[in-house]
Design a protein around this ligand. Structure first.
Ligand SMILES: Nc1ncnc2c1ncn2[C@@H]1O[C@H](COP(=O)(O)OP(=O)(O)OP(=O)(O)O)[C@@H](O)[C@H]1O
Ligand SMILES: [Mg+2]
Length: 266
């Protein structure tokens, strides 16, 4: 098809101010199938054909309904059932009415709490992705919210999705560069007042020599979450150990100390 041949010339740089999204231009969306099916959400690939700027690929992350009616999951295009994270730790900073907070804290015991959490995760992820993007963190460009999720830049191309860092086979030089980029990403997140809180080689993508951070629904703020510093330490230790095992010279405590200082200075 025509657009397939000129697609490559329209792919934007992975990150940076030069990335112009054709806002306001008419477009048509074309579903391209399921990309990945995770624990709570499913990632769908979407092709957005703009009237003049050409097509862009989007990743549409959709959270599954918690209590689906008969056939509802299938009708909505989802493939399997849901497992919800119940850890109250991440929800500490959520700005909730007291009834909603009690429901959320009740976790598994309350259907209302579950349904509320199902609506709040995508809202939370959208907010965190947007803030991370604005702070200059290498994350997919946040395109827009949808009814049950969010749309973002797809990291990959027509042939393949970017591999997770855990699955990409990096050379020693690439590993060193990836660790460097990891430090940059952590500094940028910290300066934005955020902790990813699930940072690992499974929530990092490697594409064209660039490290991209994904999966931010559980991210927390230093100002509203008393566990933020512990979660930050866990993040730094997680990725630090992963790189360390692969021969990169890593000082987890030094990096953590640097980030803590940044967070305190605000
Ligand atoms: N913007 C994107 N571009 C390319 N691939 C993506 C994008 N977002 C997500 N993916 C792919 O989908 C997978 C699941 O996404 P994500 O980690 O955000 O969801 P999840 O519900 O936490 O899934 P999991 O339980 O597998 O961690 C990612 O590991 C990645 O392979
Ligand atoms: Mg994930």
């Amino acid at each position: 098809m025509f657009w397939e041949r000129f697609f490559v010339s329209f792919t934007k740089p992975l990150r940076g101010p030069s990335m112009a999204w054709p806002d306001g231009e008419p477009y048509e969306d074309h579903p391209r199938g399921t990309l990945k099916s995770g624990k709570e959400a499913e990632i769908f690939l979407l092709e957005r054909r703009f009237a003049t700027s050409g097509p862009r690929l989007l990743a549409h992350k959709r959270y599954r309904p918690r209590y689906p009616g008969k056939d509802e999951l299938r009708e909505k295009g989802f493939s399997n059932s849901t497992l919800y994270r119940g850890d109250a730790k991440y929800k500490a900073g959520w700005n909730l009415r007291s009834r909603d907070r009690r429901a959320i804290e009740a976790g598994n015991r309350s259907r209302y709490g579950h349904e509320l959490a199902a609506q709040l995760w995508p809202m939370q992820e959208w907010e965190m992705l947007r803030r991370a993007w604005e702070a200059g963190v290498a994350v997919p460009y946040p395109v827009e919210r949808s009814e049950d999720g969010l749309m973002m830049e797809f990291i990959g191309d027509e042939e393949q999705a970017a591999p997770k860092l855990a699955q990409a086979r990096l050379s020693a030089d690439e590993l060193a560069s990836a660790w460097e980029q990891m430090g940059e990403a952590l500094r940028a997140l910290t300066s934005a007042g955020l902790v990813h809180a699930d940072m690992s080689a499974y929530n990092l993508l490697w594409w064209k020599a660039r490290l991209v951070v994904i999966d931010l629904p559980q991210a927390v703020e230093f100002t509203t979450n008393t566990d933020a510093f512990d979660l930050l330490h866990r993040d730094v230790a997680n990725v630090g150990e992963w790189f360390g095992r692969r021969g990169v010279e890593v000082d987890v405590e030094a990096l953590y100390a640097e980030l803590v200082t940044m967070a305190w200075l605000g």
